[in-house]
Ligand binder design. Structure first.
Ligand code: ADP
Ligand code: MG
Length: 626
């Protein structure tokens, strides 16, 4: 037996979510394992950028270890792969925090998403989520991380086989990098190709060729390092010299996505403020687009030094844009907090957002099909701008596209809508709901259809908000087809059709009867000019809240009581005509309630009292048979 002077390293357990995630990685559900390399190199580059930033205030941190670099060492004999950086490094406590937990919110959502994702999607999700480090366990059955924080006099080593626990213990300074982090992967047998120079070099060039730190490869542990990527800032090079592939690789690096950019915007602003912008609109939707915590992720650089990705360079409704701004005139030594107050940043924010919107305008004009793909993905987010950014509202309305009753499933602009206005039409009509198909068949649309009036079909959550925020388009207000009086009488019917007569006394009598029967459940019952086929529908009072918005808010617990709807009755409907002829009051009473419930069901709601509804329906059917 040997005695040790050192206590054995303390074994710690991973946070539950990490353990689950690791289980996925270890059992490696993804065929695209190259992801791990991109993730570890991106961490190494981040660490170098963090050091560059911290050293602005404390140059001593740099010590005498030269400029930032990343070194990848291959060891085919022992089947090992090492990724080392001379960046900021981690203290023991930082390691436990960074490599034992998942810091960002939304982990649960990630796990759900990943568990249900198909192969290719799953490996793409890793990069988007800030769980990149753990992807090392797709290819390694043991990972050691030795790290020394810049300026510290101690180092620590983290080790794990990814099976639920890890250890952290102090490391000998002689075995640690002078500053920074060394990640040592003990590769699984089936991952041995990651010790081949050719494989590593081609993967790194393809995935990480544009990280802002030079990358070296050592083909053997004692070989001379050779540089395979120069770490030059792509965005400072002239546009004409950059190929589409280079843009794409760079995009994949900043976006953490594996698709191609749908739109690339690269320019240099000159004049009062000088800055470079390299921004991309992705081709596919990031999975967390609607997550309220996910603000934009445009990075801010000052003269090539990465400062923060939290400067909110773009408004929230442009949060799907990825990329960076590199400013020539922000002071380098300003704190991240102070940057927020800087008038230079304000000018950048305004300039970049304006430029992006005008690029979108151009795309819409020059390549409509391409623009519509982009709208399909991000339109719902852009529309948030309609109520969050009044100053750019008109421009955003110009960019907006809609499905309408006249579009046959295609997208239409408000310009298209305005060109098709009917004589005397003074409003832009819309219907809101949660499902386009159901919206298209709502009874409230019938009268509009009969007159050939186009109605916007709005099925995104955000629609209920902007459309009720006092917006207008070229002087025409937006008006809900389910709210207030339709006033369709002013708009002429197509030739050959005769306008409906006023409701007869008999119908008015029935309306009064229904009103008494329903009592408090409705705020009014009246004859409708918006129905042609259905017998009844519900609408909101003229000055009440849009019914769809009201449902959303009530569902979210933001309002207590809903306003009582108005029941509109189609005086031309055969059933209404017969009920108006009088007859058995008990039957008419049942009919009043059933009509109300029918209108609710058409709106996607339940009958007021499902048991009473069933009883009435049974009674009425029974009579019908008898
Ligand atoms: P993310 O990079 O999105 O934060 P990761 O899972 O890739 O998520 O890494 C988790 C954290 O581990 C990082 O935020 C960082 O704090 C730390 N880390 C990982 N690799 C390094 C490294 N090479 N140097 C310093 N810190 C690192
Ligand atoms: Mg990472």
């Amino acid at each position: 037996m040997t005695t040790t002077t050192e206590a054995p390293p303390e074994t710690r357990s991973f946070e539950a979510d990490v353990a689950k995630l690791l289980h996925l990685m270890v059992h490696s559900v993804y065929s695209d394992k190259d992801v791990f390399l991109r993730e570890l190199i991106s961490n190494a580059a981040d660490a170098c950028e963090k050091l560059r930033y911290e050293a602005l205030g404390d140059p001593a941190l740099l010590g005498d270890d030269g400029p930032a670099r990343i070194t990848v060492t291959l060891d085919p004999d022992d089947r090992r792969l090492t990724i080392e950086d001379n960046g900021i490094g981690m203290s023991e406590a930082e390691m436990a925090e960074a490599l034992g937990t998942i810091a960002r919110s939304g982990t649960k959502a990630f796990m759900d998403k990943v568990a249900g994702a198909r192969d290719a999607e799953g490996s793409q999700l890793i990069g988007q989520f800030g769980v990149g480090f753990y992807s090392a366990f797709m290819v390694a059955d043991k990972v050691d991380v030795v790290s020394r924080r810049a300026g510290a006099e101690s180092a620590a080593i983290w080790s794990s086989d990814g099976l639920g626990t890890y250890t952290i213990r102090p490391a000998d300074l002689a075995d640690a990098p002078p500053r920074g982090t060394r990640v040592l992967l003990h590769l699984k047998e089936e991952a041995s190709s990651y010790t081949q120079s050719y494989t590593i070099e081609s993967r790194i060039k393809a995935q990480s060729g544009h990280v802002p730190v030079p990358i070296f490869v050592k083909d053997m542990p004692d070989a001379e390092p050779r540089q395979i990527a120069d770490g030059a800032a792509l965005w400072t090079r002239p546009k004409a010299e950059i190929s589409a592939e280079e843009y794409q690789d760079f995009y994949r690096g900043v976006a953490g996505q594996y698709d191609a950019p749908a739109l690339t915007l690269h320019y240099r602003a000159e004049g009062l403020h000088e800055y470079n912008v390299l921004a991309f609109v992705p081709e596919t939707k990031p999975f967390d687009l609607s997550d309220p915590d996910r603000a934009g992720r445009m990075k801010l650089y000052v003269r090539r030094v990465f400062i923060t990705d939290d400067a909110q360079i773009l408004p929230r409704y442009l949060r799907f844009v990825r990329g960076l701004v590199d400013s020539a005139d922000l002071p380098l030594n300003v704190s991240r907090e102070m940057i927020q107050e800087s008038p230079v940043l304000a000018a950048i924010q305004k300039g970049v957002a304006n430029r992006l919107l005008s690029e979108l305008d151009k795309l819409a004009a020059n390549d409509a099909a391409h623009y519509l793909e982009l709208w399909d993905n991000f339109g719902a987010v852009l529309k948030e701008g309609l109520y969050e950014d009044y100053a750019r509202r008109a421009q955003l309305l110009g960019l907006a596209r809609f499905k309408t009753t006249a579009s046959g499933g295609e997208w239409r602009s408000l310009g298209d809508y305005a060109a098709a206005l009917k004589e005397n039409q003074t409003a832009i009509y819309y219907a809101t709901g949660t499902d386009l198909d159901r919206l298209a068949t709502s009874p409230q649309l019938e009268g509009f259809r009969a007159r050939g009036i186009e109605v916007l079909l709005l099925a995104d959550q955000v629609d209920s908000f902007w459309v009720t925020s006092g917006v207008d388009y070229e002087g025409k207000p937006f008006k809900s087809v389910t709210q207030g009086l339709a006033d369709l009488g002013l708009i002429p019917l197509p030739e050959g059709e005769t306008p409906a007569a006023e409701a007869s006394d008999a119908v008015n009598g029935f309306i009064a009867f229904v009103k008494t029967a329903l009592g408090d459940a409705v705020s009014d019952v009246r004859a409708s000019d918006r129905l042609t086929e259905s017998a009844v529908c519900l609408v909101a009072p003229e000055h009440g809240m849009d019914r769809q918005l009201e449902k959303l808010l009530a569902g979210a617990g933001r309002i207590d009581a809903k306003a009582k709807p108005i029941l509109e009755i189609n005086p031309r409907h055969a059933l209404i005509a017969r009920l108006s002829e009088g007859g058995d009051d008990a039957l008419r009473e049942d009919a009043a309630h059933l009509l109300f419930d029918e209108a609710r069901i058409a709106d996607g709601d339940l009958p007021v009292d499902p048991r009473a509804f069933s009883a009435r329906l049974t009674r009425v059917l029974d009579r019908g048979l008898g």
